[in-house]
Design a protein around this ligand. Structure first.
Ligand SMILES: Cc1cc2nc3c(=O)[nH]c(=O)nc-3n(C[C@H](O)[C@H](O)[C@H](O)COP(=O)(O)OP(=O)(O)OC[C@H]3O[C@@H](n4cnc5c(N)ncnc54)[C@H](O)[C@@H]3O)c2cc1C
Length: 452
């Protein structure tokens, strides 16, 4: 079938790459505009597509968690990002973690196999008007991510009409060379690992009460990197820097990233007072990241304070923690219910810019937005998955918003409508039921949609 329409995608990140794949698979010509490596963002390091800028984790797998169910739904819709993630996976317990270089390579390889795919390395500075797009029968999908800046940012503002600038910070955790971690002071285990199970994937660094308290004191006294004048600290709750958590109370970190529960130190047979976890970053297991250690402490301070942890006394930090701006729009106000702008119905938005948070979530919105556009190009109807499914819940949050102030959201079971359970059913069982309902509703929806 010859398709007259063409889709331009701005940004070859998680959302843009996924969207390109979905459109190309539907037979629609795609022009992907990616500014890297000609122009880099503050966080990206390569010119590769779908680069992960921080952690290498795609979070939980399996159909008993929100993140796991989301990935299963995406796989059922032939997600390029999740399929590539599975091919590039590295050991991470029950989570899906990936080798970021391999992931990027798989994505590029899969997209370049289409004859109707064009990639242009250039910075996009303007978006055509509705009249221009109607004339050429083209659509644009903006997926330029949380670090969108410059002229495109101004274009976004124009598309958003009266909207004020909205931004907050994400923070990067340090990465350590594996062979510089002293294994005498750590143990390998996954949380809640049972006797006889295979060796865990996480490296755990136990801390005594005294070590923990000194660690907190050090963090509280540490010198921080200054914020730019135009930025104001407005952190996303699920990605708080450790110093912000430490400021909330001496015990806060023990109930967060330094939680010792379920991590039994084999040398004592007990859980430690607190426990730092390190997760493998690549297939060769040469790099480990400090789980949940986002921070804006100055690099010298990070080295000084983290080196006091016995296992890290000689650690080589391949990357220090840092902090970044995040841009998103107030989607429920400015977008139609199909991810197109109210101000220009041939321009769509996807990825983190829509107000989701996370790699998988961003790719999920890219996937859905692309399927909506594909249906438009093919003159077919398309309905989004219902809000009882994970993808539907995420899309619903973005397009319809929440009761309070609109702020970025990652996937969680709280996004689903409540499950009316028998009185005596426990929380864990209720969650499982929610997941089951989500899977059933997703299957029913999938069978009912025209483009799948
Ligand atoms: C510092 C930082 C750390 C993060 N850490 C995590 C994490 O640990 N885990 C997690 O799940 N999520 C994390 N996130 C969020 C993560 O970035 C997003 O979830 C995800 O990458 C967003 O996907 P996206 O496709 O919307 O944007 P991106 O993946 O950022 O892709 C946007 C692309 O658009 C390109 N681009 C931008 N402007 C233009 C332009 N004008 N013209 C052409 N191309 C352009 C960029 O080069 C980029 O390739 C982090 C974000 C930041 C900023």
């Amino acid at each position: 079938v010859r398709i007259g329409s063409k889709v331009h995608i701005v940004g070859g990140g998680l959302a843009g790459s996924e969207a390109a794949w979905q459109l190309l698979s539907a037979g629609i010509p795609v022009v992907l505009h990616e500014m890297r490596p000609v122009k880099m963002t503050e966080a990206h390091k390569t010119g590769g597509l779908a680069e992960l800028v921080c952690s290498n984790s795609f979070k939980a797998q399996g159909s008993d968690s929100a993140s796991g169910c989301l990935k299963e739904e995406m796989l059922a819709l032939d997600s390029l990002i999740i399929n590539s993630g599975l091919k590039a996976s590295v050991p991470a317990g029950k989570a899906l973690a990936v080798d970021r270089i391999l992931l990027s390579e798989y994505v590029s390889e899969k997209l370049s196999q289409f004859a109707h795919f064009t990639k242009i390395e250039e910075e996009v500075t303007s978006i055509p008007t509705l009249q221009q797009l109607e004339k050429t029968d083209e659509y644009w999908l903006i997926a330029s991510g949380p670090l969108t800046h410059g002229d495109l940012y101004q274009q976004l503002l124009a598309l958003c009409g009266e909207m004020k600038n909205l931004y907050f910070y994400d923070a990067i955790a340090p990465v350590i060379a594996a062979d510089t971690i002293n294994r005498d002071f750590c143990f390998k285990a996954d949380r809640y690992q049972k006797d006889g199970e295979k060796e865990g994937d996480y490296l755990n660094l136990p801390l005594s009460k005294e070590q923990y308290e000194e660690f907190i004191d050090d963090i509280l006294k540490a010198e921080m990197s200054p914020l730019h004048n135009f930025e104001k600290a407005n952190y996303f709750e699920a990605c708080l820097p450790i110093e912000v958590m430490a400021e909330r109370g001496k015990e806060t970190l023990r109930f967060g990233p330094l939680k010792p529960v379920g991590l039994v130190d084999p040398s004592t047979g007990k859980e430690a007072h607190a426990c730092i976890q390190l997760r493998c970053e690549n297939k060769d297991e040469t790099m480990y990241s400090m789980v949940g250690f986002q921070t804006k402490m100055k690099w010298g301070e990070q080295k000084r304070i983290f080196s006091k942890i016995p296992a890290l006394a000689e650690a080589e930090f391949l990357r220090f923690g840092s902090i970044h701006r995040n841009t998103y729009v107030e989607s429920p106000k400015v977008l139609n219910k199909d991810f197109s702008f109210k101000s220009n119905s041939r321009v769509f938005l996807a990825g983190q810019l829509t107000g989701v948070e996370g790699y998988v979530e961003s790719a999920a919105i890219g996937l859905l937005a692309a399927r909506v556009i594909a249906a438009r190009c093919l003159h077919k109807d398309y309905s989004l998955p219902p809000p009882t499914t994970m993808m539907g819940a995420l899309a619903h949050y973005v397009l319809a918003g929440s009761a309070g102030e609109f702020s970025p959201m990652n996937i969680n079971l709280g996004l689903l409508p409540p499950y009316v359970a028998p009185k005596r059913m426990g929380r864990a069982d209720r969650r499982l039921k929610q997941c089951e309902r989500s899977q059933e509703d997703f299957q029913a929806w999938k069978q009912s949609v025209v483009v799948n």
